[in-house]
Design a protein around this ligand. Sequence first.
Ligand SMILES: [Cu+2]
Length: 128
Amino acid sequence: MKKPSLILAAVLVSASALAQNVDFATPHDGDTVTSPFMVRFVVKNMEVQPAGEVKPGTGHHHILIDVPPVDENSVIPADAQHKHFGKGQTDTELTLPPGEHTLSLQFADGAHRSYGEAYRKTIRITVK
Ligand SMILES: [Cu+2]
């Protein structure tokens, strides 16, 4: 039987490797920006496709603004704080009020169901 500490280490390593699947090309964590600002999305191991058809290995991007993450397999709401890029966009221009904001990039399937933590990246930025 394996030691629990070894199992935990293996889980942590695989979780951090999986967390690299999506990222912001810009802005970066900790950046200060002036509104409006460009946001560019990157995804690995998935193909970007417009919303509508649920096809394994594909999906579209979402930005969650100042809200908690959406659990894996849960449908991402559509409102001012949950932006869908259902045409397959890989960038957008955001306008936010001055102050600190949390942005989460979340990849989800054609029916807007979250791919969870492995396909999420969260950063904190400051808008001047
Ligand atoms: Cu969506």
